[in-house]
Design a protein around this ligand. Structure first.
Ligand SMILES: [Ca+2]
Ligand SMILES: [Cu+2]
Length: 365
């Protein structure tokens, strides 16, 4: 009965590109039902995983290109090398932003998963998350760690402004939550997982999640204890890897638990929804949070089953962790503009510059 509220995914086939940017695939866009299955028995599993993912509502998104994988350490390193960009986790927190904080606490760093060696109650995440001075994208576990040999791992410890800076440099942008979910569903209709109905079809592991006992024991039965390189599990129906598990992904929408209700109350089909105007998380009302999607290598049905495709996560904009990354999208017009720019030296047969070039030259890239 819960499934009945999902109506068919209807891809928009009116535009199809001749080519795609390197590392990206065309996502047609179209109309689909957005939200999570709501088996009432799941309310208390996975941190009430589906409560903020209801009601299921109808959405249309325009087509776009999407990165096949999460942005990797190698890709992020290229950006840093080209721009000299310094991430939020590498900057010393300013005293004026943290009134009352003792100066010794104002040190650059980031939040790292540091599991206890014994079972703990699951109602206090400080039992397994710790702020580590010197932790950042190239020192993911602190100053003594590094990312040598980890080119193909997703970059982590990136705050929202970091991922915006990367996207701008790459001539791309972040997906909205609706674009992300349309892409993650891979053309399927209302399935609980990006690959279909069962968590492990024919016993096969389809995503990097957490096995064993959360949070103290990650047995890595799926092949990976902790984070995995990108694209180690099968792609979804659109050729996208890791749209469930491994690392969470930033989207551009502010988080509000009642946003889907707002859209549903408007009736009809929400076209290219951009998220609410501002954030509100009742559990931490003063923190501006953006929506995260996809779940991570820490997700487990013992605690947080948000590798399920319609479910939502959230995070404060200046906070990166070592299970949070991102991927980008690009519109067809942006891709055309880039191609014109790349072909900037060519001239039309009569010797004139081709139309579109001057516009493309104004683009930053
Ligand atoms: Ca795993
Ligand atoms: Cu989770």
């Amino acid at each position: 009965m819960a499934k009945a509220v999902f109506a068919e995914t209807k891809p928009d086939t009116t535009r199809a590109p001749q080519s795609a940017p390197p590392g990206m695939v065309w996502i047609s866009g179209g109309e689909f039902s957005m939200g999570a299955q709501d088996p009432p028995g799941m309310d208390d599993v996975g941190m009430k995983a589906t409560l903020d993912s209801r009601p299921i509502h109808r959405v249309y998104v325009d087509g776009f290109f999407m990165d096949k994988t999460d942005v990797t350490n190698a890709e992020f390193a290229k950006f840093v090398k080209a721009t000299g960009y310094v991430t939020v986790a590498e900057r010393k927190p300013r005293a004026e932003d943290f009134p009352g904080a003792p100066p010794e606490n104002l040190v650059a760093g980031s939040v790292v998963f540091a599991p206890p060696d014994h079972p703990v109650p699951l109602n206090d995440y400080f039992q397994w998350w710790t702020y580590i001075a010197g932790a950042n994208w190239c020192h993911p576990y602190g100053p003594k760690s590094d990312i040598k040999g980890k080119d193909k791992y997703p970059v982590v410890h990136v705050a929202y402004e970091d991922v915006l800076a990367y996207a701008k440099w790459a001539g791309k942008r972040l997906p909205t939550e609706a674009e992300w979910e349309f892409a993650a569903r891979g053309g399927l209709t209302g399935k609980p997982f990006v690959w279909g109905d069962e968590f492990r079809p024919n016993g096969k592991w389809m995503a990097n999640t957490h096995q064993g006992h959360f949070p103290d024991k990650d047995t890595g039965v799926d092949g990976y204890v902790g984070i995995a390189p990108v694209a180690q599990f099968p792609a979804n129906g659109y050729g996208l890897y890791d749209m469930a598990g491994n690392v969470w992904q930033w989207t551009s929408d502010w988080y509000r638990p009642d946003y889907y209700a707002q859209l549903a109350n408007q009736g009809g089909v929400a076209r290219n929804p951009q998220g609410p105007d501002s954030a509100y998380d009742p559990s931490e009302p003063n923190q501006p949070k953006k929506v995260h999607r996809g779940g991570s290598y820490l997700c487990t049905d013992q605690y947080c089953s948000r590798y399920m495709v319609g479910t939502r996560g959230k995070g404060e904009v200046s906070t990166g962790t070592n299970h949070l990354g991102f991927r980008c999208i690009m519109t067809m017009d942006e891709w055309r503009a880039q191609q014109h720019k790349l072909n900037g030296a060519t001239t039309s047969p009569n010797g004139n510059r081709t139309p579109g070039q001057s516009a493309a030259q104004g683009q930053s890239m």
